[in-house]
Design a protein around this ligand. Structure first.
Ligand code: ADP
Ligand code: MG
Length: 174
């Protein structure tokens, strides 16, 4: 049996009914081969970090159990992004997107090559990743970075709020 690890996935969307997009992607994560969805956070709404004027983001974090390797998981996540009609643009970095799926953590792995940076290179700067992560894994220690609570204390300020029960209820019905 291949070894199973817990991987945390950052989910983000700010186009085409983003709340629904984030809710709808969860069963797709559970259907990835050799992978199951263990838990997920509530939905959060945050200001876009971008030079381009754009809508707020809806974010969540999911915890997967997987026996895939990191690169195999990334390819599966990219296939799901495309299934959600994500348009990639070379000119527009940080452009609005229907679905962004990032590997935040992959067990205790530390990896940095041309395709993958794990733990995610920007996680320490992104309250929209750290806050949902705190909700589902409060005691997490991030390899090379420190405890989650330390990172939250030192992260740049960002307008972010956890969405109300209606959105969370829609989420738990999945
Ligand atoms: P971003 O998520 O930074 O807005 P993209 O989703 O377009 O941008 O990702 C661009 C590239 O980032 C991907 O092709 C992938 O190879 C690389 N990448 C590096 N580390 C990670 C990671 N931890 N999770 C997801 N993608 C990553
Ligand atoms: Mg991405």
């Amino acid at each position: 049996m291949p070894k199973t690890v817990e991987a945390y996935i950052g989910i983000g969307s700010n186009l085409a009914d983003p709340q629904q997009q984030v809710i709808d992607v969860l069963p797709h994560l559970n259907q990835i081969r050799q992978t199951s969805l263990l838990s997920h956070s509530s939905l959060y709404q945050s200001a876009a970090v971008s030079d381009i004027e754009q809508e707020d983001y809806i974010n969540a974090v999911a915890c997967l159990s997987t026996s895939l390797r990191p690169m195999e998981l990334l390819l599966e996540l990219q296939a799901i992004e495309y299934a959600f009609y994500r348009q990639r643009s070379d000119e527009l970095k940080w452009a609005p997107r229907t679905m962004d799926l990032d590997i935040i953590l992959f067990g205790n792995i530390q990896q940095n090559d041309s395709h993958l940076h794990i733990p995610h290179a920007e996680m320490k700067n992104r309250l929209f990743v750290l806050m949902p992560l705190l909700e589902i894994a409060p005691d997490l220690y991030i390899p090379g970075l420190g405890s989650l609570s330390y990172l939250i204390q030192h992260a740049p300020q960002l307008r972010i709020n956890r969405l109300d029960r209606d959105a969370s209820n829609r989420l738990s019905e999945n």
